[in-house]
Write a protein that binds this ligand. Structure first.
Ligand SMILES: [Zn+2]
Length: 175
């Protein structure tokens, strides 16, 4: 078999596995708000003071995502406040199985490598094809209120963009 054909087969197989794993159907917990719902299209407000109520919302986000997280999910998972009916700018992104990074007032400060991508969202039905940056640098506050800067690559960078869009009232199903 030619080297080129082998490479094509390997790439094709990898894409199939990717679509299969990321396409697994989650049993979405009832506390996640699903489209259509005006709350998903309402921009969230800046968190002025990080306090106990911020921590409560972050915990609710984590408890909700924990219900559908599984070890086979390698491509990332995230949740934003509008999806649980809150309107403050807080998101969580999966770091490792059952471990999430909480980001308050997240803001993308640098982005690179825009490419075609495919995603699902817990608040919308189906899979969508769109473009995402595969490298992003983000500024945010941690749960202790301190500022932090972090870079994300690949699927995690894509998830982060979906979650920040949620804070702006934008869904992957919006054109
Ligand atoms: Zn989403």
């Amino acid at each position: 078999m030619g080297l080129k054909i082998k490479a094509v087969l390997i790439a094709g197989g990898a894409i199939l596995i990717f679509v299969f794993v990321t396409g697994m159907n989650y049993r979405v917990p009832p506390e996640i708000i699903r489209s259509p719902d005006p709350r998903l299209h309402t921009p969230s407000i800046q968190v002025e003071l990080v306090n106990d109520s911020t921590a409560d919302i972050a915990k609710r986000l984590q408890d909700t995502l924990r219900k559908i997280d599984h070890p086979m999910n390698l491509f990332g998972l995230g949740l934003a406040t509008p999806q649980i009916g809150e309107n403050q700018r807080i998101i969580i992104v999966k770091d490792h199985y059952q471990e999430y990074i909480t980001m308050i007032n997240p803001e993308i400060t640098e982005k690179r490598w825009l490419m075609p991508w495919t995603e699902r969202c817990l608040s919308t039905k189906g899979r969508y094809f769109l473009k995402r940056y595969m490298w992003v640098k983000v500024n945010y506050q941690k749960i202790d209120g301190l500022k932090k800067e972090k870079t994300f690559f690949g699927p995690k960078a894509a998830i982060l963009q979906q979650e920040i869009n949620h804070l702006n009232g934008v869904l992957i199903s919006d054109k």
